[in-house]
Write a protein that binds this ligand. Sequence first.
Ligand SMILES: O=P(O)(O)OC[C@H]1O[C@](O)(COP(=O)(O)O)[C@@H](O)[C@@H]1O
Ligand SMILES: [Mn+2]
Length: 637
Amino acid sequence: MLELADKTYNKGKANKLLRLLAEKYPDKQAVYEKLVYLQSRLSLPKGSEHFMSDLHGEYESFFHILNNCSGIIHEKVDYVFGDRLTAEEKAEFCTLIYYPKEKIEQVTASHQNTPEWYRRNLAQLLELSQVMSYKYPASRVNGFIPDRYASVIFELMNTHPTVDSAQRVYYNRLLSTIVQIDSGADFIEAFTVLIKRLAVDRLHIVGDFYDRGNRPDAILNLLMEYPSVDIQWGNHDVLWMGAALGSEVCIAGVVRNSLRYNNTDVLERGYGISLRSLSTFASRLYPDENPIKAAERAMTIIMFKLEGQLIRRNPDFQMDSRLLLDKIDFRVSAVTLGDGKRYELENAYFPTIDENAKDPYLLTEKEQEVVADLKSYFVESLMLKRHVDYLYQKGSLYTRFNGNLLFHGCVPMNEDGSLRTIRYGGQEYKGRQWFDFCENMARKAWLHGEETAKDFMYFLWCGRLSPVSGREFKTFERAMIADESTWAEPSDPYFHFIDEASVCEKILVEFHLEPKRGHIINGHVPVKVRKGETPVKAGGKAIIIDGGFCKAYHKKTGISGFTLISNSRGLRLLEHQKIPDVREALRENRDIESVSETVELQSYRTTVGDADEGRAIKEEISDLYKLLLAYQNGLLK
Ligand SMILES: O=P(O)(O)OC[C@H]1O[C@](O)(COP(=O)(O)O)[C@@H](O)[C@@H]1O
Ligand SMILES: [Mn+2]
């Protein structure tokens, strides 16, 4: 047991820390070993980070991107094998890395799975792994290999067949034994796991998993297996989070969005939420409509009613302009908007609104029943709870990572580019404090189920002053008025100031980041590449990576999504032109077609020492030096 030489010294925090450390490093030799490891680790290049946003339920695309690491694997294969393999061979080899199980099945079915095939592919996988592991200390690489295969793969990685003939014999024996004992397929799979881990050190998802596409649940299931992720919530995510916590108005919003995009499978099959009572109710109300349209209409009115109640009990949300049900003149079927003008409504039939009632925002008894029924499903869905808990655990409203600032939407601003002050609950907030306050509210809704905090989730979804929305949503106009001039959604001045470097720098400072070094990374606004828009703002100070993974946006953006990559050399943007589905990929060895654009190229290489991880390592080093000193001067025995 360790004992302190000087009993009187056995006080104070520093001492406690040393004793704790001593449990882990019980002698000088253990400290030496760790110090050498940490010191050298600081000098390695920093790992690569991949950023994506606005996945909007597009599982297939996400699955492929995760498997091919946004195209990085193909680039590495090109780099390592150059002219030694033909383009077809490389494509085939890449497909094996992306989908090892399926590719092996295919090869087996066509009887090409000879021992030679296994040996060749294993040798190639090994070579690729060796080159890609240069950024990591050996012990870390070892940690990336699935456990059961780690010792053999580690051994293979450390043989040098070109250096010595005995080594060559040993290497050949290792490979042929793997194949002989029929474990080739397992080892191939283990290698592909390792390669994918080596390619992406950290994944950031800048919001909007939900809505539009049909498998957000599958995306989250996949991500939950992924080792190193952080999430910045998007407005669609917050709406679903509020719904899972039982906010009725959020539930109405979620159900309506799902109906609008024909995505009810996510609710019914993904989360076990039945829409039966809503469908029955809606088809009685609107017998001539198709069932989905009828349900959407019924839900839209329920949502406007619940939203109206929410706006009235929360004047601080400043959403009064959205109170429009009471501005309808039912006799002539028109509504008077904030501009004082009357607009004709597309549809004059409102069976759930009593035209003579004082309050059009009250739910009918039947509507209440439908909402109560839906709510019971939302709060009882275990799968939804799992996903929302995960979003809370891995996610936040903003993240600071290696000097960059990540958030989905905007920092509310004034017309002159200064930070906008927002009053809420008698207090004033702006900039980072407003983000912190909003995040706190979202967490209160989760941890304490507070009703105001749950209302706040709806505000975050669509409020003009919400950092994840930043727009005045015109849901009423878009749903009820034919005149499209009423549909435009005024948005925060942030969205044009983001193109000014000085404003970006001011925001970075506001979030305690270095203005010259950092970048702002956002999603939320689809970048219309087709119309010549670029995701790179303010000469690279800010990057908006909403490239439309979602099929509904492909026409608008003209591409299929972006991945931003930050590696030790700088920042690079991949513009994905077309993402194949798995069947296509397997059948034709098809890959993502992407165009690469350099956003920032550094003349130096960022090391682990320069990254956030380096800061933690340096602290550990300094503690270890203290421990070493304590051993050396006899303070610790
Ligand atoms: O965060 P996103 O993806 O921009 O989604 C929010 C937007 O979607 C909308 O609800 C429009 O949806 P619709 O296209 O279904 O009418 C807008 O009102 C809002 O600005
Ligand atoms: Mn969004």
